[in-house]
Structure formats: structure tokens, C-alpha cells
Design a protein. Structure first.
Ligand SMILES: Nc1nc2c(c(=O)[nH]1)N[C@H]1C(S)=C(S)[C@@H](COP(=O)(O)OP(=O)(O)OC[C@H]3O[C@@H](n4cnc5c(=O)[nH]c(N)nc54)[C@H](O)[C@@H]3O)O[C@H]1N2
Ligand SMILES: Nc1nc2c(c(=O)[nH]1)N[C@H]1C(S)=C(S)[C@@H](COP(=O)(O)OP(=O)(O)OC[C@H]3O[C@@H](n4cnc5c(=O)[nH]c(N)nc54)[C@H](O)[C@@H]3O)O[C@H]1N2
Ligand code: SF4
Ligand SMILES: [Mo]
Length: 751
């Protein structure tokens, strides 16, 4: 059984042939880091005619040559796309009417600075919010936070709040850092719903295949028979949203059978007895009832993991997006620790900051913003787990252990809460937010409760968007600025403090015209706002020189020396330093959560249950191979592979509802509805529906409101009331909320 979204799901023979690392034309080829998705493959590229990007090729290193997907090879089509934004635009019609006047970059910056100053004067600096993801624009280098801190606003939000960013922050609660799996040396990989494929996070997929070749076992926990599940040694088909209960069940087996690393627990953990008492509340009968997985299989999986010579649990977005998110992430951390796999070969390894590189955290100037302003951060009081409040509690242990006080791994360690931010923007609660900037982030579609996000953006005095294309979010802006793409800038990619590797990315072509990097945007805005002295870098290369200065190298020197600088990880660093927690130990019972007034021990919390009216359990995700999130629907070679959004359903459910494959359906929840085509698959778990993420329809621009942003986007389905938010982080529940299906006629324009 396989579960491909598209039959057209691999390179065509021509595309595959064109990828081969070849000897010809080598002189013109440079090294780039692809930023079409956030995994950052190292590729090669060369210029084509007329300032266009020419060929994209795989890396010449045989260990990296397979790290390329068909989104990466579409980079030239994106770089020279006819719809690409090339000139700054200023709104002339009503907000959202998509009518614009072309202006120059300097005028745009001057007007934005003046209007931002006016918002800050009237409402305070905290009335300015910024949403960005960072990996596609590559060049923020923490300069966004730097300027915000100088101005005094703590309200920076990001899509990473639903991805590895919040996981990083929650990992730190337990052991003060966010590890990476040591896949190359592991003997067991546990994938909690994570499903890397040949065209989805390709290097992770290749890494898993390498580990398997070296004898690693793979355990997959997924309601569907995903690609990884189909090839796994064990597959546990749990109900969506029950990952925390499952992990508690594993711990029950591990503790009852004495499979934990008693020496590590004794020497390096605190709170074992309390944890054990909590785990005893989850006997396997209960876990079986919650997850729907046979207890014998749960026990077998737990034993396989705990007794493997080494084992890792790679990060997964599944546990970032559910009401038990904090507990589920903490349970992964706890499993790693109690089985002795933490910072151990083949386990989950702490990568120290690269000693020759200034981390983003140190560019952000988090000590410049006053503690009072930090405390105004939205979410600081209500859902503090990834806000400044927790970062303040960890600042001293971070300094002590890692030498970086405000370490910001994956950009997620001191963010504002997005839901609270949009609430403040829409309703002025608890205070007004009146200026909103989105850079390289299609914010309208990228958070829960899209209706609220729209009201929020519409209620602003100033909206600035920087993007490559006119997205639905950009259509709601006052100013739309054209951003550059990875082939148009020099960069050193640093895995955002998650790994310690530095990778070279070289400029292949000039962006041309009025296109600017995010570096240039923040530099110019800072100068216009009177903070120029803190932005002394004239070019991004100057800033790269600064960031590389601890190594004594310049960007030019780095580029001349090679393409990668990756120190070999040292294992078990805690033996010398302890852990970056208040106790210096692994906190199985979290002192920080206790101090914040939350349950210090992990627990399972049930999401809203399906009922007679809304009988299905809906989960969003299952990324589509040809697209990264909300992007690329305007790239023909990609769009033909998955032309329309799909809802998956099990054949028994479809038959009961009288629905057939290919039929247009409306998926409704209590918060909204999306239209999509039905895809009937026996790989689905009965009772579940999959809703795709990120759909809008660039071809409907001018024909449907906001280019169809409300037609098929999962963000309209999930609300953000308290029953749908994780308590500690306020992260939304995308994994199992009640929904139903009705048949509909094809929506206009999409027949
Ligand atoms: N509702 C809902 N929300 C989600 C998710 C979900 O499943 N459902 N998933 C979450 C996850 S896992 C993640 S990682 C985040 C992702 O969030 P983001 O990474 O922010 O993804 P997008 O919102 O698609 O925004 C990417 C935008 O950047 C633009 N862009 C691409 N390259 C460049 C560039 O080089 N320069 C500039 N200036 N712009 C560029 C694209 O055109 C696109 O509009 O979203 C999260 N949000
Ligand atoms: N082509 C492509 N590749 C991508 C991306 C993209 O947009 N396009 N996005 C990248 C990003 S930012 C991310 S975050 C990753 C995400 O990619 P993945 O980590 O693979 O996550 P998803 O595809 O959302 O879902 C993975 C699996 O989780 C299962 N699942 C659903 N609900 C649950 C649940 O409650 N529990 C468990 N255990 N499993 C569940 C689904 O059935 C699915 O098979 O992909 C990355 N790779
Ligand atoms: S997986 Fe594809 S889109 Fe992502 S970085 Fe690699 S080549 Fe680019
Ligand atoms: Mo993600």
C-alpha cells in the first residue's frame, strides 16, 4: 500500500537526467542553499541568459547528490516568473481591493518609517507586530528582532510557532537545549507522524534510508499508512491527537519492565518519582482505549525503542499542533533522557553553537528592550512556554551552559503568541496593535482562525508585506515590497542554532530593479527610524563578515575555503557542563512549568470529540510534494502534479456518506468550511479526514476575493478558543477536530 498524493510524484526522466552532477560547465557553477523549503539542501547553480537563473544541479559530493527535489529544480521558474513582484507597491484603493501605485524603494521606506513612528507615538511600541519565518528570506539575521528591541516591541510572531520553533522552546524546559537526531549512527528511528519523502524534506528522507541500510529499525506512529509507515518495521495507527497518551504508555512499559537507564536517571535527572507516579495513571488498557492501538503492539514498540543499542526521536510537527502539545513534546524529551539516548551516539544530540559564528540571538539585542516591555509580550501571562517569560527564566542557565544568554534556537524561543497577537490586532485586547509587517510569510493562511486574522489585518493603520509574489496577505497590505530569492544573495546558512553546521550560499544573479533582501529592508528602516548606529553594515557581506569574525574569517575567506564548515559533534557534553535548566539536570518534572503555575508533569488532554453533527476527526497536514506551505501554486511544472486541493477519506466512510472519489466536497467544522476534491484511500484510518494546508489560487486573482484565500485553506477550519489551544503554549489543535462532509458543485473557476 502506498499513499502518494499524486501519480505524477517524481522527477520526469528529463528532469532526473538534468540533475546528474556533471563535469561540464563546472566553472560557472556556484554553491547555493535552496530556500524553497526550510530544510536547506546544498545545491549548485549557474546563471542563464538575460540575468535569469540558469541550471540548478545536485551537489557534487556523492553523499549530498540525492538531496534535491522538484521544488528545488523549479527555482529558475520562480526566479524569472512573469508574476514576480519587482517594484514596491502602495495601496490606492480600499484595503484588499488589490489596486496599487508603483513607488520607489526609498519612498516606500520613508513613508513606512513615518507611519510606524506615528503608530508607536499613539499606541506605544508594543502596537507593532512582525510576522516572519526567516528560512525563505534567509537574510534577517535577527535584524528584525534587533530593530523591534530598539523600538521596544516584543511582538514578533512566526510560523515557527507551529513548527520546530515551539518544539525548541519546549525541549529547553526539560534539558535546556533542542537536539538533532544522530541518524547516521542510529539503530532505531521513531517517527511520531513525521513523514519525510523523496520530495518532502529530501535530506531527512535520504538520512532515514541511509540509517535503514545500516541496520536501523523504524517505528512509525501515524493514523494513515503514510509512505514511512508502509516501509516501517512497526506501525502504530493511533487516533489523531493522542500522541501524549501513546508516549505515556511507552514510559509505563519502560518503567514497569526496568528498561530505562537507571544510572543516567539517578545521576542526571530530577523528578523521577513524581513522573513515575504520573505514568502509573496510564496503564496500557487506558492507553489502548485513548489511542485505539492494541496494547501488545504498544508494548512491543516501547521495548524496541528502549532496548535498541541507540535510538532517536526526530522532531515532528505533529506534536507542535495539538492541545497536548507541550506534554507531547516533553514526553519525547523524557523518552530520550530516561533511555540514555540524550547527547549519545545514535541518539538525539546537542549541537553546540559554532564557535566561529555569532548566533542570531546575539544580534537581536534582547537586553536592550526593557523588562517592562518584554512583559507586555502577547502570551507572556497567558501561554508563556515560548515567550520571553520562559526565556528570562532560562537566561542564566543558558549563559552558564552554552555561553549565549538569549539563545534563540529555530527562532522560536522568545516569541509572542500568534493567536493573542491577532486578537490584539482585531479587538485591541489587551491593548491595541496597529502596525503589522509580514515578511516571507503568507500570514493570512498560516495560523489558526483565518477569519480573525483577516479582521486583525483589516483593523491596522499600517500593513507592510515583503514577498516574491502578490499573496492574499499582500493584497491586504498598504505597502507590498518585492523580495529577493536565494539565487540573488550571498548567505551563510546556519540551521538557526539547531545544528552547528555552516553552509555557503553564493549569489548567482543580481536581483535587479527595486527588488531588495530583508537585510536591506531592516537596515534601511532602521536608518529611517533613527537607529542607524546599530545597523553599521552597508552590505549583507559586511554583516556576514561580522558574524564570521570570531573565526577570523571574512565571507570571502569562508567562500574560498569551501562550502561547508561542520564541526563533528562531541557527545555527552553535559558531563562537563550539566544541563541548561535551573537545576542543571534533566527536569522530568519541570520546575519552570511549576513556577509558571502549570502541571510540571506531562499529561494527555483530549481534543474536542466528534459528535453526531460533526462525526469525523479532521487533521490538517500531509504536505503536498510540489508545494512548500502556501507557495508555488503558480508554477506550472509543480501545479500539474497536484492541480487541486484534496480531502482524503477511507472507502468505508465514503460509501456510508454516498461519496465517490473525485467528487467536490465541502468539509465543514464549527468554525468554517473548505472546498476540495475527495480522494478515497484505503490508507486512511476510518473516521478521519485529512485537510490540505496552504491552498489559494493565484489564477483566481481578480476573479475571486483575495485570490480564493477562503475557499480551501485549512486555517479557516480551526478556531482558537481555549478548548482548541494547548494550555502552556497556546498552540492550536490541528490534529483531530470535529468535522463533516457534504457534496457540492465545483466552485466557480475551479471546475
Ligand atoms: N493553518 C495552518 N498554518 C500553518 C501550518 C498548517 O499546517 N496550517 N503549518 C505551519 C508550519 S509547519 C510552518 S513551517 C509554517 C510555514 O510558514 P511560512 O514558512 O511562513 O510559509 P508561508 O506562509 O507559505 O510563507 C512563505 C511566503 O514566503 C514567500 N517567499 C518564498 N521565498 C521567499 C524569499 O526568498 N523572499 C521573500 N521575501 N519571500 C519569499 C512565499 O511566496 C510565501 O508567500 O506555517 C505554519 N502554519
Ligand atoms: N513537499 C513539501 N515538503 C515539506 C513541506 C511542504 O510544505 N511541502 N513542509 C515542510 C515542513 S515546514 C514541515 S513542518 C514538514 C511536515 O511534514 P511531516 O512531518 O511529514 O508532517 P505532515 O505531512 O503534516 O504529516 C505527517 C503525518 O502525520 C500524520 N498525522 C496526522 N495527525 C496525526 C496525529 O495526531 N498524530 C500522529 N502521530 N500522526 C498524525 C499524517 O497522517 C501524516 O502522514 O514537512 C516539510 N516538508
Ligand atoms: S527539499 Fe527541495 S525545496 Fe527543500 S531545500 Fe531541498 S531542493 Fe529545496
Ligand atoms: Mo513546518
Amino acid at each position: 500500500m502506498t499513499d502518494r498524493i499524486s501519480d505524477d510524484s517524481d522527477f520526469t526522466p528529463e528532469e532526473a537526467a538534468a540533475l546528474q552532477p556533471d563535469a561540464s560547465g563546472g566553472a560557472a557553477l556556484k554553491h547555493v542553499v535552496c530556500s524553497i523549503c526550510d530544510i536547506g539542501c546544498q545545491l549548485r547553480a549557474e546563471a542563464g541568459p538575460d540575468g535569469r537563473l540558469g541550471r540548478i544541479l545536485a551537489h557534487e559530493d556523492p553523499f549530498q547528490a540525492a538531496n534535491i527535489c522538484f521544488k528545488g529544480t523549479a527555482a529558475p521558474q520562480i526566479q524569472s516568473h512573469p508574476d514576480r513582484l519587482r517594484v514596491p507597491l502602495k495601496r490606492v484603493g480600499p484595503r484588499g481591493a488589490d489596486r496599487w501605485e508603483e513607488i520607489g524603494h526609498e519612498q516606500a521606506i520613508a513613508e513606512i518609517a513615518a507611519r510606524l513612528r506615528s503608530v508607536v507615538e499613539r499606541h506605544g511600541p508594543e502596537a507593532w507586530a512582525v510576522s516572519t519565518s526567516g528560512w525563505n528570506t534567509q537574510t534577517s539575521h535577527g535584524l528584525d528582532r534587533r530593530l523591534m528591541n530598539l523600538v521596544g516591541s516584543p511582538n514578533w510572531i512566526s510560523g515557527v510557532a507551529l513548527c520546530a520553533g515551539n518544539t525548541a522552546a519546549v525541549n529547553r524546559l526539560t534539558y535546556g537545549w533542542f537536539p538533532l537526531p544522530d541518524v547516521a549512527f542510529t539503530k532505531c528511528i521513531v517517527l511520531f507522524g513525521h513523514n519525510p519523502r523523496k520530495h518532502s524534506w529530501t535530506p531527512v528522507y535520504n538520512g532515514i534510508n541511509f540509517a535503514k541500510m545500516m541496520g536501523a529499525k523504524v517505528i512509525v506512529l501515524d493514523p494513515r499508512v503514510s509512505e514511512q509507515a508502509a516501509a516501517a518495521d512497526l506501525h502504530l495507527r493511533l487516533r489523531a491527537g493522542t500522541d501524549a497518551a501513546m508516549a505515556l504508555g511507552w514510559l509505563k512499559v519502560i518503567f514497569d519492565e526496568g528498561l530505562h537507564d537507571a544510572d543516567f536517571v539517578r545521576d542526571w535527572c530530577v523528578g523521577f518519582d513524581e513522573l513515575r507516579a504520573r505514568v502509573d495513571e496510564y496503564p496500557l488498557e487506558r492507553v489502548e482505549a485513548i489511542t485505539g492501538v492494541d496494547r501488545a503492539l504498544i508494548a512491543e514498540a516501547a521495548r524496541t525503542y528502549a532496548t535498541a543499542e541507540s535510538a532517536c526521536i526526530p522532531w515532528t510537527p505533529i506534536t507542535d499542533q495539538q492541545v497536548s502539545s507541550t506534554s507531547a513534546i516533553r514526553l519525547h524529551s523524557i523518552l530520550r533522557a530516561v533511555t540514555g539516548n540524550l547527547d549519545a551516539p545514535g541518539g538525539d544530540v546537542f549541537h553546540a553553537p559554532h564557535p566561529g559564528w555569532i548566533p542570531e540571538a546575539d544580534l537581536q539585542l534582547n537586553d536592550v528592550i526593557s523588562p517592562d516591555q518584554r512583559a507586555k509580550q502577547l502570551g507572556y501571562r497567558t501561554h508563556p512556554a515560548y515567550t520571553y517569560r520562559t526565556a528570562e527564566m532560562l537566561a542564566e542557565p543558558m549563559q552558564r551552559t552554552w555561553g549565549v544568554r538569549w539563545m534563540d534556537q529555530v527562532m522560536g524561543c522568545h516569541m509572542a503568541n500568534p493567536t493573542e497577537t491577532f486578537r490584539a490586532m482585531a479587538d485591541g485586547d489587551p491593548y491595541p496593535v496597529k502596525a503589522f509587517f509580514a515578511l516571507g510569510n503568507n500570514a493570512l493562511l498560516s495560523y489558526p482562525n483565518q477569519h480573525q486574522v483577516r479582521r486583525a489585518i483589516e483593523n491596522q493603520d499600517l500593513v507592510v508585506v515583503q514577498d516574491v509574489f502578490m499573496t492574499p496577505t499582500a493584497m491586504l497590505a498598504d505597502y507590498v515590497l518585492p523580495g529577493d530569492v536565494f539565487s540573488e544573495r550571498n548567505h551563510v546558512a546556519d540551521t538557526w542554532g539547531w545544528g552547528s553546521r555552516l553552509n555557503l550560499s553564493q549569489k548567482i544573479v543580481e536581483p535587479g530593479g527595486e527588488i531588495r533582501s530583508t537585510f536591506a529592508f531592516w537596515r534601511d528602516l532602521a536608518h529611517a527610524m533613527g537607529h542607524g548606529e546599530h545597523f553599521p553594515w552597508a552590505t549583507v557581506e559586511d554583516l556576514l563578515d561580522h558574524r564570521l569574525s570570531p573565526s577570523g574569517r571574512s565571507f570571502e575567506g569562508f567562500a574560498a575555503a569551501g562550502v561547508t564548515d561542520a564541526p563533528f559533534p562531541e557527545y555527552r557534553k553535559y558531563l562537563a557542563t550539566g544541563f541548561a535548566t535551573p537545576s542543571g539536570k534533566v527536569e522530568l518534572s519541570s520546575s519552570i512549568l511549576a513556577d509558571l503555575g502549570f502541571d510540571p508533569l506531562p499529561y494527555h488532554r483530549e481534543g474536542p470529540a466528534p459528535d453526531a453533527e460533526y462525526p469525523y476527526s479532521v487533521f490538517s497536514g500531509v504536505r503536498e510534494d510540489p508545494y512548500f506551505q502556501t507557495g508555488q501554486r503558480n508554477v506550472p511544472s509543480l501545479r500539474r502534479r497536484v492541480p487541486l486541493p484534496l480531502v482524503f477519506i477511507h472507502p468505508e466512510d465514503a460509501a456510508r456518506d454516498g461519496l465517490v472519489d473525485g467528487r467536490w466536497v465541502r468539509l465543514e467544522t464549527r468554525h468554517g468550511h473548505v472546498d476540495a476534491k475527495l480522494s478515497v484511500r484505503d490508507t486512511m484510518l476510518p473516521g478521519h479526514l485529512r485537510v490540505p494546508h496552504g491552498w489559494w489560487f493565484p489564477e483566481l486573482r481578480g476573479r475571486a476575493e483575495l485570490a480564493g484565500a477562503f475557499l480551501s485553506s485549512d486555517a479557516v477550519l480551526c478556531g482558537d478558543s481555549d478548548d482548541l489551544l494547548d494550555r502552556e503554549q497556546g498552540t492550536p489543535h490541528f490534529k483531530g477536530y470535529p468535522g463533516r462532509l457534504v457534496a457540492i458543485d465545483p466552485p466557480a473557476g475551479l471546475e
